[in-house]
Design a protein around this ligand. Structure first.
Ligand SMILES: [Zn+2]
Ligand SMILES: [Zn+2]
Length: 120
């Protein structure tokens, strides 16, 4: 596979959200959401839209309030009726050139939109 390494770049350009959407449509990127009572769990799995390395992202959000102080990792979720939006940051585990030592990421963030199926 031709896999040119992309250098680390902290970016949340719309480009990556658009590409993630295309990959979701094509089925190469899998996004799943599970809603139980007041908790929404999301899972995103597949190639990163920017660096194409495999990433696996799990987030848990409160459906009641997504802005509880002190709860990290939930504030990014945006719950609007049956639609949940989360921001995923690449965590592919590959060291990219120029990345901060702890990053193990190409630095790209993108937004995934879920439709919550209440009947599930
Ligand atoms: Zn990567
Ligand atoms: Zn990446």
């Amino acid at each position: 596979m031709d896999d040119p390494e992309v250098p680390y770049l902290k970016t949340s350009a719309y480009e990556w959200t658009a590409r993630a959407f295309e990959m979701l449509e094509a089925g190469t990127l899998i996004a799943a959401v599970l809603a139980t009572d007041a908790i929404i769990s999301t899972r995103v799995e597949g190639p990163c839209p920017r660096c194409t390395h495999h990433l696996s992202d799990r987030q848990t959000a409160s459906a009641v309030s997504s802005t509880l102080p002190g709860e990290r990792g939930v504030a990014d979720a945006d719950v609007m009726g049956d639609v949940v939006q989360i921001d995923v940051t690449c965590a592919c585990g590959h060291p990219h050139a120029g990345a901060p030592e702890a990053a193990q990421s190409c630095g790209a963030s993108f937004r995934i939109k879920f439709e919550v199926d209440e009947t599930a």
